[in-house]
Design a protein around this ligand. Structure first.
Ligand code: NAD
Length: 310
């Protein structure tokens, strides 16, 4: 039997590569890692996937064009949870198996989302910048205790946010049309509400649903206008959930107090006008970029790929 060819695209895979190679030693495989230090383009993916049997993929595009060119591809193992960069219909039609590394990065992403709550409500970033510039200005902050957090999407990450914010003494509202695990709802004292109630009552809204046709642009002029003027928006999910033009206008006129994102419609974000605003924070997709999550993602995505190829 000829050697299996495996493409590995995530940039952080190398951080725990030894663990993957240990698992892969039992299958006769040639492994191609991404040493470019960036996400591959569609054109690169089309060329790289041409004769591979399996892919461990990050956020690189696996759209119809890429999949159609991958004539030997049998399995796609997502290094993480969000499958929005993979054309699932075409994969199914072509008989390509797809799996994802469920819950491997949930704690890391949830900690970042909660970190954003502290960062914005205590003005940590502008305060630290002010001091480095020789100033000593203080902005009066607000406590998180007794405030209301609205969690959109109660999957692996949303549930971790619930666990952490309950510990902080926050009141928890959540919206997830596909979630009805009563034990979790009781354990974290979550009130399941509709989106309108969540937008109107929350002091912090944190997005943890996948990017789908249903969720694309769910944060827009209309939904932003339902929010409290003092409320903060947090997006560690996908940039496409937010209409960035509408968010910009809302932040400029003070419809809401601030927003923090770890993801953007186009990454890197370049010099988008949102970045000029003091009440907007963007981090470079670091949600899952911790030692612990990286190790779990490397191991789980490798195991998933081996299972699918067997
Ligand atoms: P998950 O699949 O465990 O949970 C997603 C939840 O969203 C599910 O409970 C689902 O029912 C719910 N959902 C689906 N449609 C919805 C809708 N219309 N409204 C509200 N909820 C809806 O996934 P997860 O591991 O919790 O990850 C969530 C998302 O976070 C991923 O899809 C991905 O886009 C993003 N993510 C980002 C990073 C990062 O580095 N910033 C890392 C991991 C995941």
């Amino acid at each position: 039997m000829s050697k299996k060819k495996i493409l590995v695209t995530p940039k952080s895979f190398s951080k725990a590569r030894d663990k993957a190679y240990e698992l892969l030693k039992d299958i006769d495989a040639e492994i191609m890692e991404n040493n470019t230090g960036r996400t591959y383009t569609e054109e690169e993916m089309e060329n790289l996937c041409k004769d591979v049997d399996g892919v461990i993929v990050g956020i690189d595009p696996m759209n119809e064009r890429v999949l159609r060119s991958a004539r030997h591809l049998k399995a796609i193992s997502k290094y993480g949870a969000g499958l929005d960069n993979i054309d699932l219909n075409t994969a199914q039609e072509m008989g390509i198996k797809v799996d994802r590394a469920v819950a491997t990065n949930a704690t890391s992403v949830a900690e970042l989302a909660v970190g954003f709550m502290f960062t914005m409500s205590r003005y940590i970033v502008p305060s630290a910048i002010c001091v480095k510039q020789g100033g000593w200005d203080r902005s009066i902050g607000r406590e998180l205790t007794d405030k209301t957090v609205g969690i959109v999407g109660l999957g692996a990450i949303g549930r971790e946010v619930a666990r952490m914010t309950q510990g902080l003494g926050m009141k928890i509202l959540a919206y997830d049309p596909y979630f009805n695990d009563k034990r979790t709802i009781e354990k974290y004292d979550i009130s399941m509400v509709d989106l309108e109630e969540l937008f109107k009552k929350s002091d912090f809204i944190t997005l943890h649903s996948p990017l789908t046709d249903e969720t694309e642009n769910m944060i827009n002029k209309e939904t932003l206008s339902m929010m409290k003027h003092t409320a903060y928006l947090i997006n560690t999910s996908r940039g496409g959930l937010i209409n960035e033009e509408d968010l910009y206008n809302a932040l400029v006129v003070g419809t809401i107090a601030g927003a923090a994102q770890d993801v953007f419609s186009k990454e890197p974000a370049g010099n988008h006008k949102l970045l000029s605003l003091d009440n907007f924070i963007l981090t470079p997709h670091i949600g899952a970029f911790t030692k612990e999550a990286t190790e779990r993602m490397v191991v789980q995505s490798t195991k998933n790929l081996i299972n699918m190829l067997e």
